[in-house]
Ligand binder design. Structure first.
Ligand SMILES: [Mn+2]
Length: 347
């Protein structure tokens, strides 16, 4: 394979607020710190990447003696953007940048990572996994989603086998094989046109659509939730609650902010303190007073509902006891006696 021993990693950066590039730098440092291999990081970005942030990403790579290259994918985005609005209800446009990789890069092989990830192993371990003739490798997410999940249901609607689904946050791609068998951009455009009404996680669903029987499933530790531990893993924060969003004192949170200190965003501790305070101010998960208030309202509701349910059960229980008592106390049924003791009141 050309490019010798260099490990090539793709990160996508769409950064309208100017805060997202930092997360890419944190991912880069977690890679650089745990490998002795040369790494080239390819940043796929659009016009939202500022000169300042681009410089900081370069500086971060340089400080570890590694390389970073920038690839502007704005023209690809524009080519399909008209069809995207309906799909991108829950996602940033950055979710599709990795799908441009086979067209943008001339390399043979690439690792694609999301930016909500911490690499806590030597990335070479992932790089060296043979793809066994498959176009893509990733970690199965069929089990964690489940047969009756909305994601599985949506995939069945699109004619996809949900059991073969892999997470798109960590992917290894054989770019030569993909280019030989696919015209990725054209296929993406027609796929979006056809499925825009039900598609959601485009990267994951489109990859499953293209490579249904051409996917190598790799060990779960390469794209793993922190719930399973964090050592010797690539940890991915699934869902909307990202590692920089919360102050829960988790080990992961410590790793994120300590790593941030080693990027060009953390050239002084004071800068990182400012960043932490700024993210706390804007994080939807940091309105602690409000969330405590909601918790109290929920507790109150739960208590009221429980009290009423218990009340109804108690009434039914008492009613049953009452009925049983009446039955046991009432005289045995028989013909009624008249006042004079005769059996027949009628004449
Ligand atoms: Mn992600």
């Amino acid at each position: 394979m050309e490019n010798g021993d260099i490990i090539h990693v793709v990160l996508a950066v769409h950064d309208p607020k100017g805060t997202y590039s930092r997360h890419a730098a944190v991912v880069m440092v977690t890679i650089f710190e745990r490998t002795s291999s040369p790494v080239c990081v390819h940043i796929l970005h659009d016009e939202t990447l500022t000169e300042l942030n681009r410089g900081r990403l370069s500086e971060t790579a340089e400080s570890f003696g590694q390389n970073v290259e920038f690839h502007d994918v704005s023209s690809y985005v524009r080519a399909i953007a008209g069809d995207m609005a309906e799909i991108l209800r829950n996602w940033s446009i950055g979710i599709i940048f990795k799908l441009f990789t086979p067209d943008v890069l001339t390399l043979d092989k690439i690792i694609c990572l999301d930016c909500d990830i911490l690499v806590n192993l030597d990335i070479r371990e992932l790089w060296d996994i043979p793809l066994d003739g498959c176009s893509v490798a990733g970690v199965s997410n069929a089990l964690c989603r489940g047969r009756f999940s909305a994601a599985a249901f949506r995939k069945r609607l699109m004619g996809l086998d949900w059991q073969k689904s892999i997470g798109a946050g960590v992917l290894v791609m054989d770019l030569s094989r993909i280019r030989a068998g696919h015209n990725f951009i054209a296929e993406l455009v027609s796929w979006i046109e056809r499925y825009k009404h039900c598609a959601d996680a485009i990267d994951e669903e489109f990859i499953l659509h293209c490579f249904l029987n051409d996917i190598k499933v790799i060990a779960e530790k390469f794209n793993s939730d922190a719930a399973y531990g964090i050592s010797d893993r690539i940890i991915h924060t699934f869902g909307k609650r990202k590692l920089w969003d919360v102050r829960d004192g988790s080990e992961l949170e410590h790793i994120y902010w300590r790593t941030c200190l080693k990027t060009a965003w953390g050239s002084s501790a004071a800068d990182v303190v400012d960043l932490m305070i700024d993210t706390s101010k804007t994080s939807p998960f940091m309105h602690r007073r409000t969330s405590r208030c909601y918790a109290r309202i929920l507790d109150r509701l739960r208590m009221d509902i429980l009290r009423r349910v218990l009340h109804v059960i108690e009434i039914i229980r008492l009613g049953l006891i009452d009925l049983r008592l009446r039955r046991s106390l009432s005289p045995a049924r028989g013909p009624r006696k008249t006042a004079d003791g005769s059996d027949n009141p009628g004449k």
